[in-house]
Design a binder for this molecule. Structure first.
Ligand code: DX5
Ligand code: ZN
Length: 223
């Protein structure tokens, strides 16, 4: 199976102590941090900008998986890459030349990813499979943490996993102990979790528990 990656989403961290929260997540055994960027247009909310990525880059050594929920990513990728974003993910629903933006990200030695909203068919990915290092399935409607997992996205995950046995496939939204298992069974190897991990009494124990359940469940519902 592809490498398991567990990524706390710092959207759910204590914003008053964000650098400490990044370090706490790294010390708990996270493989990367997930950073949610919202423009108030693609989604009805605002979150963070390149300066937060720069702060996180200085605080921790693990990768910063940066998720651009923005309408016009072509205007922003440079600033995020300069700040330390890697991988950098754009949405398949964004208004831009997707292939050109993905190529531009890769040209700068940064991993490029495509993200799909829950209602977007998986077929939207097929033209871009050679252009991505990671695919992120949204399992909630993007814009806010703390929502419930939408299980209807799981057949899309399995369809991509059947086609791409080695691709990094991540899932984002409503991940907890139960949905982690369902996602792993359908072929997810990278897990974003905000509320669940940052509110856990012992983040390290919870990450270790996730890792064990992912290994046990991985791929069981792909065939
Ligand atoms: C939602 C974001 C998610 C969010 C997940 O728009 O893309 O990354 O942080 O939060 P939880 O894990 O609380 O659903
Ligand atoms: Zn996200």
């Amino acid at each position: 199976m592809p490498k398991i990656v567990i990524m706390p989403s710092i959207l759910a961290a204590d914003m008053g102590r964000l650098a400490d929260e990044c370090r706490r997540a790294e010390a708990a055994g996270s493989d990367a941090l997930h950073v949610d960027i919202m423009d108030g247009h693609f989604v009805p909310n605002l979150s963070m900008g390149p300066d937060v990525v720069k702060m996180a880059r200085a605080a921790v050594k693990i990768p910063l998986d940066t998720h651009l929920m923005v309408t016009h990513p072509q205007n922003l990728t440079g600033a995020f890459i300069k700040a330390g974003a890697n991988p950098l993910l754009i949405h398949v629903e964004a208004q831009c030349d997707l292939r050109a933006v993905l190529h531009d990200i890769r040209k700068q030695q940064v991993r490029a990813g495509l993200t799909l909203n829950p209602e977007t068919p998986v077929e939207a990915l097929w033209p871009f499979l050679a252009d991505v290092d990671e695919v992120l399935f949204m399992s909630v409607h993007p814009g806010f943490g703390g929502q419930s997992f939408i299980p209807q996205v799981l057949p899309k995950v399995a369809a991509l996993r059947r086609r791409m046995p080695e691709l990094d496939i991540s899932i984002d939204g409503g991940i907890n102990r139960t949905s982690t298992i369902a996602a792993a069974e359908h072929g997810v190897n990278m897990f974003v979790a905000g509320t669940y991990l940052f509110s856990a009494p012992d983040m390290a124990a919870e990450i270790a528990h996730m890792r064990q359940s992912i290994i046990a469940a991985y791929g069981k519902k792909v065939a």
